[in-house]
Ligand binder design. Structure first.
Ligand code: PRP
Ligand code: ZN
Length: 296
């Protein structure tokens, strides 16, 4: 019997993206055997193997075709591409995943007189993102020295290893607790689904299937099903208030000839403001419910 072909995806083993990435695959109906300490994890019900690796290594797993899909921070991918002498040039971002948001920023000590990016001329900057920082400095014609550090970049100014830093910021608490102030954002980042050229058509079809499931999950997560009763006279006004909905279903309400029921899928946030607007336009019995899955 011919061995079944399996798609391989690389995700972060531990760290900021790991749990969310596993949850995302689970929402796609892909359940993993729960042995998270192993490098390789077979999906139970889909021809997919999950490689749990360091995020730094994911671009190389893709570039060498060990894996055909990967989930990593856009910052990590772009840094590899900036440094990689073309080795990672073929990697393509398929979609942003909406989690793991952070930014790569220049941060300086409180007493550093930062006027503009020009204030970095002649200074020493500590970072784990040499490639992206060097590009940014070159783009702005700044002549500064870069000190590369693997971690604990935030302590570099205090220990006089550097004048300022360029590091990832998400909540900002690392900066605050190290007496640093964010001054300039080099890059906004989030988790992204990445691929390389896939030559095998069967594997390409599997990758396409996983990608479209992920798209469907993300769409459902951002969407709400909204139900309300509307006076017939204000139906048009109410439709106009419904955020990002195509064509709502309008149904008669038994025993009422002045009111109808309206059901709609809203592909944008439904906030209290939206509900109050609907009510102000005469809607009542407004219900907003999450959507678990959607597929067109
Ligand atoms: C990043 C960054 C900061 C911290 C910022 O490190 O280097 O240390 O996160 O996050 P915050 O703004 O929420 O405080 P990460 O956790 O990725 O680990 P690493 O430094 O060991 O790579
Ligand atoms: Zn850090």
């Amino acid at each position: 019997m011919r061995e079944e072909k399996r798609l391989k995806i690389a995700i972060q083993k531990s760290g900021r993206l790991a749990d969310m990435s596993i949850q995302l695959l689970e929402k796609c109906g892909i359940s993993l055997a729960k042995s998270r300490d192993q490098l390789l994890c077979r999906a139970q019900n889909f021809p997919l193997d999950i490689f749990l690796v360091r995020d730094d290594d994911i671009p190389a797993f893709l570039a060498t075709d060990v894996c055909q899909l990967g989930i990593l921070g856009e910052n990590g991918l772009l840094e590899k591409q900036a440094l990689g002498n073309g080795k990672f040039a073929g990697l393509r971002q398929l979609l942003p995943l909406g989690y793991g948001r952070c930014r790569l920023s220049i941060a300086v000590p409180h007493d550093f007189d930062y006027q503009s990016i020009d204030s970095l001329n002649g200074k020493v900057i500590a970072t784990s993102y040499k490639g992206l920082l060097a590009q940014y400095l070159a783009d702005h014609k700044i002549d500064a020295d870069i000190v590369t550090m693997e971690g604990a970049v935030e302590v570099a100014p205090r220990t006089h290893l550097a004048d300022v830093i360029c590091d990832l910021v998400s909540t900002g608490s690392t900066l605050v607790s190290n007496g640093l102030v964010e001054k300039d954002i080099i890059l906004q980042s989030q988790a992204v689904l990445v691929t390389n050229q896939i030559d095998d058509p069967e594997i390409a079809a599997l990758a396409e299937k996983v990608t479209s499931r992920i798209k469907a999950v993300l769409r459902a997560e951002n969407s709400r099903y909204i139900m309300l009763n509307s006076p017939i006279d204000s139906l048009e006004a109410i439709k106009a208030v419904l955020p990002g909905s195509q064509s709502p279903t309008v149904m008669p309400l038994q025993g009422r000839d002045d009111m109808v029921a309206v059901h709609a899928v809203c592909e944008e946030g439904v906030f209290w403001d939206t509900m109050e607007d609907l009510k102000a336009n005469g809607a009542n019995s407004i219900l907003v419910v999450p959507i678990e899955k959607m597929l067109d």
